[in-house]
Design a binder for this molecule. Sequence first.
Ligand code: FES
Ligand SMILES: [Fe+2]
Length: 426
Amino acid sequence: MLKPEANELVTRTGPGTPMGALLRRYWIPFLLSAELPEPDCPPVRVKLLSERLLAFRDSDGRLGLIDEFCAHRGVSLWFGRNEQGGLRCPYHGWKYDVTGQCMEVPSEPVESGFCRKIRLKSYRCEERGGVIWAYMGAPADEPPIPAFEWMSLAASHRYVSKRWQECNFLQAMEGGIDSSHVSFLHSGDLHTDPLHKGTKGAHYQRDRKPTFEVIESPGGLHIGARRNAEAGHYYWRITQWIMPWYTMVPPYGDNALNGHAWVPIDDENCFTWTFTYHPVRPLSEAELAAMRQGGGIHTELIPGTFRPAANKDNDYLIDRAAQREGRTYSGVAGIAMQDASVQESMGPIQDRAKENLVSTDNAIIMARHRLRRAALAVANGETPPALAPECHRVRSATFVLPAGVPFATARRDALLAREGVAPTSI
Ligand code: FES
Ligand SMILES: [Fe+2]
């Protein structure tokens, strides 16, 4: 349970909020490279942490993320002309480069130097792993680029998608932290989805009463969920949570690894990023085809948008017959939309004063606490955790251990990203 003030603190991420100040200390994945495919391509409207911005790629391929609105009289530069090293406002021709610097004010004499005094807000961008990242904090605090394993793999080994989710980022991320829901919400799919069925992991999740052991890691939490396996043994699923908004899903069999980033658009919307990757092999045509069709934990989108085809306006295409017959547990098809439907149903920002938490929510309690602590620390001038690339070089894992053996010491190796070594997964 969180009192209203505490809930405000962890869910509000706009400029001037403590959580907003914390999140601005991290690199933020915000566009697929394919959204800005080539020099001088059309710009893209971006809303991040409640700021309205515009991303573009100039004639030399340089990336810019600048204030969406022209410094002259506030026209949206989305209507601008991307030409010859800058973006030109279509109203009176003021032109800006990728740093937001005004390059030209056609009405004023060049000698006046007027345009040099005009500069739009801008944030630095970097491109890694097929994703464009922004840093929105103070330049002096800029951390190294994140070092998630999927970012440095060959493009053939990964598949990245994003979808718009119509709720606050925290309740979406809490779904990624909470692996106890898998035995219910996703139970129908574990035996039918092409990327889950037939694995031992899908079989062991019939035990619907996992016991959790949560351990602080340098970058966040190792979340161990233990279920009964063969006599005297436990089946462990280890989820990683990495500050501030990354989760890694425990794997199944030889399937690829999966991770998410839950990035606030504003306080009532977020982007759910999904990263699927295999550290030692290319993804197969069958896997890619399944994901493109919304399989695994990806989803089908309305063409030309990032809005899922099943969304709150059509009740996520709920199928009560499928629910009754257990083909899907909730009646909503697909793991991603099962998650989105329940998380969005909590309302744009969940009222955590009304919740009743139980022991399987321990990891959620710890993550909230860690975020809150970090936000307060940053407000006191301290450096936030998980900026160091080592914090990102972790993996989710699944394995069986004899009862009584602590997972984090027995399988320390399995929790680290190791180049050229296959994931630990059953
Ligand atoms: S409003 Fe942009 S140039 Fe006038
Ligand atoms: Fe889920």
